[in-house]
Design a protein around this ligand. Structure first.
Ligand code: P1T
Length: 389
């Protein structure tokens, strides 16, 4: 199918076909794993578009085309992990530049900005981005990059991408949206004004918890050129097998997300109605602060649910965290299987407690990545675990 035709089609069709062509040498319908580090040249510089595996690889190119197609972007650039994708964007800044980021965000992004980039003279601040006026107040003359996560990790706050992109662009600031939680099946930040969309493809895009990867999608030729230069020069590239696995995952993205969303909605409603639970964080609950914005901005509310027990002691949280049978206690999210995580000691431990608390992240918060298992089994599992609280 021609690229122009595919880009006019629905998300499910793009998930299966974007970036995919039968293999030109054999007709193989599925993109092969081109497990090679280098490519033969007929004469110096006379090659078929591929020179060396760090620069490019046909399996990676197919994945890049697929992700760009899903995000409605001109360019897709793949990395060896989500943090490598984030790092590449941040490396385009210079000493004295400033990043303004969500105060509720993946702990590894905080660690990268503060502990890795800080010593190189790139400053960062973290603010509640669900409030546009706070973002406006926190911008500095040196701010060059607005780093948005929405829904945020782990409080699933919803941030108005369009409003923040307008604000940032009026001051010449680039806007990156980490779309890992929503995926392009539920939210397409480029259509809302973002310059860069970032993914941990480790999560919903891969979808099966068997590969680590990252990606950036953009319509900007300038950003794409800078990022490809960094891929070549710093080498954080995914292997062909990992690209193949991710490509296999993206084909079922739309149907998986539908099930993640319906299961998460059921889990959130179950928890909200339970007296053993004090507070539920899920954009699909009408009682949740970001609900109406999520309805406007997203095509579904996602698979991530966080909650706080009525007994908000660490002991009670630990009892629940070690009592489930279907939910597995583990870092990460977005796979077909349900996971349970304790942000304060696991995914967000690198954010100092004072800053976590200021951002509203309670030490006893439990985060769920709701998988695609049978809904009743998930509810029964949570009910039993809550009885241990
Ligand atoms: O793990 P990696 O592929 O490098 O992706 C980092 C990353 C980036 N952005 C978001 C929103 C993320 O959630 C992550 C990774 N997060 C977890 C491992 C987690 O359990 O939250």
């Amino acid at each position: 199918m021609r690229t122009d035709d595919i880009n006019q089609m629905g998300l499910g069709t793009r998930a299966v076909h974007a970036g995919q062509q039968p293999d030109p040498t054999t007709g193989a319908v599925m993109t092969p794993i081109y497990q090679t580090s280098t490519y033969a040249q007929a004469a110096p510089g006379n090659h078929q578009g591929y020179e060396y595996g760090r620069l490019s690889n046909p399996t990676r190119s197919a994945l890049e085309g697929n992700l760009a197609g899903l995000e409605g972007a001109e360019h897709g650039i793949c990395f060896s992990s989500g943090v490598a994708a984030t790092d590449a964007i941040a490396r385009c800044l210079r000493p004295g530049d400033h990043i303004l980021a969500s105060n509720d965000l993946y702990g590894g992004t905080y660690r990268l900005f503060r502990q890795v980039l800080g010593p190189f003279g790139v400053d960062s601040d973290f603010v509640d981005m669900s409030d546009v006026s706070r973002v406006e107040q926190a911008l500095k003359p040196e701010t060059k990059l607005l780093w948005i996560e929405t829904p945020t990790n782990p409080l699933v706050r919803v941030v108005d991408i369009r409003a923040l992109a307008e604000l940032a662009h009026s001051k010449g600031i680039s806007v990156a949206v980490d779309n890992t939680f929503a995926t392009p099946a539920l939210q397409r930040p480029i259509t809302l004004g973002a310059d860069l969309v970032v993914h941990s493809t480790t999560k919903y895009l891969g979808g099966h918890s068997d590969v680590i990867g990252g990606a950036v999608c953009t319509n900007s030729d300038e950003w794409a050129e800078k990022l490809r230069f960094l891929v070549k020069s710093t080498g954080a590239v995914p292997g062909p097998m990992d690209c193949f696995l991710t490509l296999r995952g993206t084909k079922t993205l739309e149907v998986r997300m539908q099930r993640h969303c319906s299961n998460a909605q059921a889990v959130a409603e179950f928890l909200e109605a339970d007296p053993r639970v004090a507070r539920v964080y899920y954009p699909g609950l009408p009682s949740f602060e970001g609900h109406s914005l999520a309805q406007r901005q997203m095509d579904g509310f996602g698979g991530m649910v966080s909650f706080l027990l009525s007994d908000d002691s660490m002991e009670a949280a630990y009892r629940v965290l070690s009592s489930t049978r279907v939910f597995t206690l583990a870092e990460s999210l977005g796979g077909v299987e349900s996971l349970m995580n304790h942000p304060a000691t696991m995914t967000h431990a690198s954010i100092p407690a004072k800053e976590r608390h200021a951002a509203g992240l309670h030490d006893a918060l439990i985060r769920l990545s709701v998988g695609i298992e049978t809904e009743a089994d998930l509810l029964r599992d949570l009910d039993r675990a809550l009885s241990k609280a």
